[in-house]
Design a protein around this ligand. Structure first.
Ligand SMILES: Nc1nc2c(c(=O)[nH]1)N[C@H]1C(S)=C(S)[C@@H](COP(=O)(O)O)O[C@H]1N2
Ligand SMILES: [Mo]
Length: 401
């Protein structure tokens, strides 16, 4: 048991509020949750079907096939949204679920919210991208020859959904957050994460109070439907612009602390380590970075003398996208792509570019996004041992014949 868990149990034992048993909801059929369709292969730990044309299974995770997003709109349908699970999706029941807010940063004792109580608070709806810190990690190795530990994602560890829920700030105020609070740490109700024989406890990561009170939401809907099991049913945290790990799924309790909090997810993981960083690593990661990609499988064969409509997406966690350039000759000449969406914060833009190749043979397509804060994708991403925040231009090999 982690110290946090131990002190939670002590707190709850002292105060006649939430029985812990009610939070650690056992697997139970949840009638109101979306039914799981039966077609397609599955992976242990993920509830929804993962058809191979839409997903690549990587350990306990499922990567969305980025090229297959070509025929989706700005919102990623649940059937195509990537899943990143440290262990396995817990199938929870909203009627026995509750959220406990506790800790030294409250003015009084712990507060408990049932699902229905949360639903009665004012709701907000936000279009927000969730992107794993390691999205694009495999390109450190394939494009730059840099080793990187962790899931070998290509570009499909991102999705954009319309989330509906309550403001975390409203919940924290109802719970009596004090002016002395500094950190807020949500924990998931999925199983403890055990790696290399060490139990790291519940998946959890602290947020500074300023971010927690700013734009974070506790979401109970995704694209107009109850949150699917794999994406955090019944309630998850959504932290706009930050690395995916901040958006804790299946949230069961939130510690509000008068002292800085830590967990392995801000000390050992989700920091930048390596020769370009200080010996103890960078500060814990907050924002994601800038990326763009073609919705085209590598090694696609295209006919010469015909006009092809190249499409892709571009996004930045710093600011809305300003423009996207593309090259069809390996990065020598560049042209502007046409943006198909209004650039928005925390969202991507779809773009398209006509290409009529004349020369046959193999070439590389590249795209390069620039955002409204002036960030542009570099040619090379500064490596870090765990392969986070890949931001360089990605080269897509194609053959013209
Ligand atoms: N409880 C819990 N929350 C979690 C995780 C997890 O394993 N358990 N994975 C995190 C990581 S690393 C990412 S990238 C996102 C992925 O969200 P998704 O599976 O809904 O796409 O959830 C985050 N929240
Ligand atoms: Mo992640």
């Amino acid at each position: 048991m982690t110290p946090a868990r131990r002190s939670l149990l002590k707190l709850l034992a002292a105060a006649p509020v939430a029985p812990v048993a009610a939070q650690i909801a056992a697997a139970a059929p949840a009638a109101a949750a979306p039914p799981a369709p039966s077609a397609g292969p599955t992976v242990p730990g993920i509830v929804k079907p993962l058809p191979p044309e839409l997903f690549t299974v990587r350990g306990t995770n499922a990567e969305a096939n980025f090229a297959a997003l070509r025929d989706t709109g700005r919102h990623t349908p649940v059937e195509r949204f990537f899943v990143r699970n440290h262990t396995a999706t817990p199938v929870l029941d909203k009627s026995s679920w509750s959220l406990t807010v506790w800790g030294s940063g409250l003015r009084g004792g712990p507060a408990r919210f049932t699902y229905d109580q949360l639903r009665r608070l004012p709701s907000v709806t936000r279009d927000v991208a969730i992107e794993c810190a390691g999205n694009g990690r495999s390109y450190y190795t394939s494009q730059q020859g840099d080793a990187a530990t962790g899931t070998a994602w290509t570009l499909g560890a991102i999705g954009v959904a319309r989330w509906r829920g309550v403001r975390l700030s409203d919940v924290l105020r109802h719970a009596g957050i004090g002016a002395h609070a500094v950190d807020v740490m949500p924990s998931g109700l999925d199983a403890d994460y055990v790696t290399e024989g060490v139990n790291l406890g519940r998946v959890r990561r602290p947020l500074p109070v300023a971010k927690a009170l700013d734009d974070v939401i506790l979401a109970y809907e995704m694209n107009g439907e109850p949150l699917p099991y794999d994406h955090g049913y019944p309630v998850r945290v959504v932290v706009p612009s930050w690395v995916g790990i901040a958006s804790i799924k299946w949230v069961g309790d939130i510690e509000v602390s008068a002292e800085p909090l830590s967990s392995p997810w801000n000390t050992d993981f989700y920091r930048l380590f390596g020769p370009s960083y200080p010996p103890g690593g960078s500060a814990p990661l907050t924002r994601q970075t800038i990326k763009s990609g073609f919705e085209l499988a590598p090694d696609t064969v295209l006919a010469a003398g015909r006009t092809h409509r190249l499409t892709g997406r571009a996004w930045s966690a710093h600011a809305p996208v300003r423009h996207v350039e593309f090259s069809t000759d390996g990065g020598i000449r560049w042209q502007r792509a046409q943006l198909r969406d209004t650039p928005l914060r925390n969202n991507w833009v779809r773009w398209s570019a006509p290409w009529r190749p004349h020369t046959t043979g193999r070439t590389h397509l590249l795209a390069r996004a620039t955002d409204m804060a002036g960030n542009t994708q570099p040619e090379r991403s500064v490596p870090n041992t765990q392969g986070y925040l890949f931001d360089a231009m990605i080269r897509v090999p194609v053959t013209v014949n």
